[in-house]
Design a protein around this ligand. Structure first.
Ligand code: AMP
Length: 190
């Protein structure tokens, strides 16, 4: 199995690039943000619990997202692999993901981290907010919360994967095609 953690701050382009990669490498796209937004849309208990945290740019508790991932992995044991987009976001999530994959005799192949400066991130998120209406893309204050959560809790995961020689960092600046070419070349080199 090819299991890629597509990593980077909010607005780095993980969702956009995931779409390119799932087609080329026949992978399942697993975006915890998309799953949670779907739960909110369907007004499920989980969605109602998650909404306030998400709208304020705060992370959802680990056990909630880990259980979501667990049930999807269990339903797709025979797949070619996964793109994890927006997961893991904490050390606890990364440890659980390793365990869950181990149960299925597989592991993370690589983390590819997209590097984009804060100024560009804020610009991209505000512009996406106008197009999509996403609540957490609407104000610079909420965007700042999300970048802060990323810097404090999520960015340290680069070290977790670096210590396993799985970290690949690429620039997330430039056109969508340019970034896809960089990503493809990392994945093809695995
Ligand atoms: P995203 O679409 O990945 O930017 O995620 C949007 C929001 O969903 C985040 O700001 C969090 O509130 C929540 N979220 C998504 N994935 C996770 C995760 N792995 N752990 C905790 N919260 C998450």
């Amino acid at each position: 199995m090819l299991n890629i953690v597509l990593f980077g701050p909010p607005g780095a382009g993980k969702g956009t690039q995931s779409q390119m990669l799932i087609e080329k490498f026949k992978l399942i796209h697993l975006s915890t943000g998309d799953i949670l937004r779907n739960e909110i849309k369907n007004k499920t208990t989980l969605g109602l619990q998650a909404k306030e945290l998400m709208d304020n740019g705060k992370l959802i508790p680990d056990d909630v997202v880990i259980n979501m991932i667990k049930s999807i992995l269990e339903k797709n044991v025979n797949s070619t692999g996964f793109i994890f987009d927006g997961f893991p976001r904490t050390q606890e999530q990364a440890l659980s993901l390793d365990q869950l994959l181990k149960h299925q005799n597989t592991s993370i192949s690589a983390m590819v981290s997209l590097k984009v400066d804060d100024k560009e991130l804020i610009k991209r998120l505000l512009s996406r907010g106008k197009d999509s209406g996403r609540a957490d893309d609407q104000s610079t204050e909420i965007i700042a919360n999300r970048i802060e959560e990323y810097n404090n809790k999520t960015a340290p995961l680069k070290l977790y994967y670096k210590n396993q020689s799985k970290l690949h960092e690429i620039s997330g600046l430039g056109s969508i095609d340019e970034i896809t070419i960089r990503l493809n070349s990392v994945i093809n080199s695995l």
